[in-house]
Design a protein around this ligand. Sequence first.
Ligand SMILES: [Zn+2]
Length: 404
Amino acid sequence: MNFFLLLIFLCCSQFVFSQKMKGNLTEYIDSLTHSMPKVANQGDYQSPSKETLEIWQKALENVYDQNQEKTEEYLNEIGYFLNIFEDSTDQKLYWILQKQVNSSNHWGTYVFNPKASRKNLLISCPHPHHDRFTEKEGIFIFKNVQAGMYAVAGAERCNSTNYSRCSGKTMVCNDETEENFRISDLAHNSHSLFHIFHEFFNVQKTDLLVFQLHGFEKKKNDPDAILSNGTKSYPKDLDYVSIFFFHLSEIDSELTFKIAHRDTTWNRLNGLSNVQGNLMNGSPHPCTNLAKQASGKFIHIEQGKLLRGNKNGWEKITQALQQTIGENTELAPKFSTETDQKSVHLVFEKSEIIGVQIRNLKGEIVFEKRAKHWDSKKIKLEQGIYFIRIQNQYGFTNQQITIE
Ligand SMILES: [Zn+2]
């Protein structure tokens, strides 16, 4: 691997550590996740103090404002540094927030892409190594879908022997008895840099979508993937899990699925006590209060090895995500809908060449047409829930409607 170290110490009134590097982003992040503590019960992961989390929050505010100097100052206070990384494959500058080499703060690695085409998408990877290959899969997807943010935990989930205060029991770190989750399990500990990262971007971006990667050992009769929105209910707003499922099953029709809110008798690996899920679904206390309803803005995917174990699987997930979330949302078509008992009336904000596609709840395409300069369009539909996708030359916009 060739990484060029262009600049190390910047000197202000005090020493502020930052770096500018050039290389292959996915290879570089792989090298960082490869060197994290991977062994259970070793206690490398230590809980950050409350003050550390406050400083982290300030650092994130400055990342969002793209204030490099301030970001560096705050990160330095907590044993982290800002690495402005130029990726040699796309020449873009990625902001990597990573721990200093000699620091034992194994709190995770975070990437921000200021020029992302899917700015509101956060790829989340809480169980590196334990959910084998998800850490490599995560950065691959982040890069290839051009998501705005990437978060990967800094230690294996069972690394600490201390217990999280958050709800839920597990046998994942101890196969003899059920116990609380460990503090190093960042999908079950809201007192972490990882969780604050999700919380921060959820406040900044009302349309944030979190795509969280997991892996499981497939037993006989298990599906290839288990999808969940963090609850067992249908979301009131856009049902991203279902849209993602339609696309992934079209990309590979042999894949099998269970979906928490669609296959309600399925009771394993649904991610129902996941604290980022609770957060995205609007729980006022994500650590202890399970979400009561679904927002649709959380996709939790448990994958067998077929999907997470190699590039072929990662590419399928990437393509399905690209079909699920539009890019360049500011240029994508804007439209409003009015429904009555037998139809939907689409009203477009401006006249342009567009494609209209409507799917029913099963994912079947019930209407598809491409047209020049539609201002509005009335389409007959039977009773039910529908997903409407309007496309122009820049991207697409999804909307969900119900015909009563
Ligand atoms: Zn997991």
